[in-house]
Unconditional design. Structure first.
Length: 74
């Protein structure tokens, strides 16, 4: 199986445009498997997972982030 990845938008007619640079790579009439992903910042599962992950860290752990933020490029 071959795969390409690109960004596109959904039209008002419910179609996803294939960028011209990829149109020659996909043979006409070929069966396709489509995965549609988008940023869903309000996804309850994502929010719950992030809250659970962040719950393991306390205020004392912020020192490591401060070290990263203060690091000067060399």
């Amino acid at each position: 199986m071959k795969a390409i990845e690109f960004q596109s938008t959904l039209t008002q007619e419910g179609q996803i445009a294939l960028p011209p640079e990829f149109s020659g790579e996909v043979p006409a009439g070929e069966q396709l498997r489509v995965v549609v992903m988008w940023d869903a910042l309000d996804d309850p599962w994502r929010l719950a997972g992030r809250e659970r992950f962040e719950a393991a860290y306390g205020p004392e752990d912020a020192v490591y982030q401060e070290l990263l933020d203060d690091a000067a490029p060399r």
